[in-house]
Design a protein around this ligand. Structure first.
Ligand code: HAM
Length: 421
């Protein structure tokens, strides 16, 4: 039986890595005052057809359900978030600062950094249109990555502004929203497409590739929002983590002004995160009832894992976190099976106090039990045997051992395992 292409099995070691990533996302999002929410895995296709637009609609994992509804596994969170906020906008004080970290599905061709099922952190701030909100979101994206042990040498936030491109287009004629969307798609692919192909696509706009290139090379005063953002980020000590890149325009249709994507410095991976302002989405989805401006970003776990693995400091940090969280504190070695009942009482008592405790389920040679203790990553072994009612407490790394009474054990372990009992 084969795994479906683009899907992943999560063996314990994969789950451990995912736990680390999601726990770190949660920790940093909460530091910035964001609260967690979630929505349904299945949505109507309608939700994305109108709002996400672009490539995403062609990547929907859609089907007809037994009730005849055209539904899809969620490919992204933003339209769901907008729907949820519109429904209960008055219940929440502004700005609304929400995050989530669930699974998403896109029917893409499986390749490096691209799967059909992936985890994605979303952080969104609604109800604030100032550049202060933009800076908060970019700083959050940076701090997320710094928390994984990544530095400005490893990644960079590339910032742009769709409004600047709109002004550029307006200077060349009168174009509607749909034309702006098509134009931005050309800019989006300008680095990848052949120059002749770009020229051909620009022709209907009466704009030359040379004019576009000149604008990119000398964006001048068009990127004022970027300049204000830069001042805010520098004040936070984040110089060196971001740069202006006019070619970043984002593929999704709902973005309005400031947009950004985060890339590894070597640019060997696809974007690890992307986001921007979507000031009109709430308005469009609520037929004018909600006018909340918004900004947010998504960060994918697939590319992030690749980046972490490629940077030794980050990989080491992840390994240490996993070892600390997933290892047993204590392995109870039953050296004399006649004492099994006493050992079980001890195991249960220690677990009740919050320690992670493992022990052999059947009679096993003592040497084998110590091997199991090592495999479980235990720091301590407690040997229950002929010395009962005394126990041997062994520190496995140093091989130190001490004879103690069962009553003393919890306090001794608490002092070294740093648990409050
Ligand atoms: P997005 O650029 O489509 O934005 O996705 C954000 C990140 O999710 C990407 O940079 C990438 O790391 C990851 N990602 C996307 N598709 C896949 C895939 N097929 N396999 C692996 N990773 C993937 C959005 O989704 C926006 N809704 C983000 C947002 C939130 N904008 C405002 N708020």
């Amino acid at each position: 039986m084969q795994l479906l292409p683009g899907f992943r099995d999560f063996y314990p070691e994969d789950c451990a890595r995912r736990n680390y990533i999601v726990a770190t996302w949660r920790e940093v999002a909460r530091r910035y005052g964001f609260v967690e929410f979630d929505g349904p895995m299945l949505e109507t296709v309608e939700l994305y057809k109108k709002k996400s637009g672009g490539e995403l609609v062609g990547q929907l994992f859609d089907f007809t359900d037994k009730g005849g509804r055209h539904v899809t596994l969620r490919p992204e969170m933003t339209p769901t978030l907008a729907r949820m906020v519109i429904a209960r906008e008055r219940d929440y004080k502004k700005p609304i600062k929400w995050f989530c970290a669930p699974q998403f599905f896109r029917y893409e061709k499986q390749q490096k950094g691209r799967l059909r099922e992936f985890g994605q952190l979303n952080c969104d701030l609604l109800g604030e249109s100032s550049v202060a909100a933009d800076a908060e979101m970019v700083a959050l994206a940076i701090d997320m990555l710094r928390e994984f042990g990544l530095s400005g040498d490893d990644f960079v936030v590339r910032v742009s502004d769709r409004d600047a491109w709109k002004a550029f287009l307006d200077a060349h004629g009168s174009f509607d929203e749909a034309a702006l969307g098509s134009f931005l798609q050309i800019i989006d692919k300008i680095e990848r497409d052949r120059p002749e192909a770009v020229e051909a696509k620009l022709a209907p706009f009466g704009i030359s590739l040379e004019a576009v290139r000149a604008f990119i090379a000398d964006p001048g005063t068009h990127f004022e929002r970027f300049n204000s953002l830069a001042a805010e980020l520098d004040a936070r000590g984040l110089k060196g983590y971001y740069q202006l890149d006019p070619t970043i325009v984002r593929g999704l249709a709902y973005y309005t002004g400031l947009v950004f994507e985060v890339f590894d410095r070597k640019k060997t991976l696809r974007a690890v995160a992307g986001g921007g302002r979507y000031d009109n989405l709430m308005n469009a989805m609520s037929d004018g009832k909600s006018t909340l401006p918004a900004i947010g970003f998504g960060m994918g776990d697939v590319v992030l894992s690749e980046l972490i693995e490629a940077i030794p400091v980050a990989a080491q940090k992840m390994k240490a976190w996993i070892a600390q969280r997933h290892a047993a504190d204590v392995y109870v070695v039953i050296a004399n099976d006649a004492r099994r009942i006493d050992a079980l009482g001890l195991v249960q008592q220690l677990r009740g106090l919050g320690f992670r405790v493992d022990y052999p389920l059947s009679s096993v040679k003592v040497g084998k039990q110590f091997q199991s203790a090592e495999q479980a990553g235990a720091r301590f072994a407690v040997v229950v045997g002929d010395e009962w009612p005394q126990l041997k407490l062994k520190t496995l790394a140093t091989r130190e051992e001490a004879l103690i009474s069962p009553d003393e054990l919890p306090a001794r372990l608490t002092s070294v395992v740093h648990k409050t009992v």
